[in-house]
Design a protein around this ligand. Structure first.
Ligand code: ZN
Length: 70
């Protein structure tokens, strides 16, 4: 079923591309990207959370920064 898997990843890459929506603040096309954030669990071990975020010029620095969730 290699063909099915390829179709599936095609869908993913399309989903993470530009959707044509523009930010009313900066005028940049908003992109949906998947980011992985580390956070510290109660038992002291590090875990990771996957998050889909809308990114434009306004928040790209903030959203793509590698900072832990508190
Ligand atoms: Zn913006």
């Amino acid at each position: 079923m290699a063909r099915k898997q390829r179709t599936f990843s095609d869908k993913i890459s399309k989903g993470t591309g530009p959707r044509g929506e523009k930010c009313p603040v900066c005028g940049e096309v908003i992109q949906t990207v998947k980011i992985i954030r580390p956070y510290k669990a109660e038992n002291g071990s590090w875990r990771y959370i996957e998050e889909m975020v809308n990114v434009c010029k306004c928040n790209s620095k903030e959203m793509l920064a590698d900072k832990p969730i508190t």
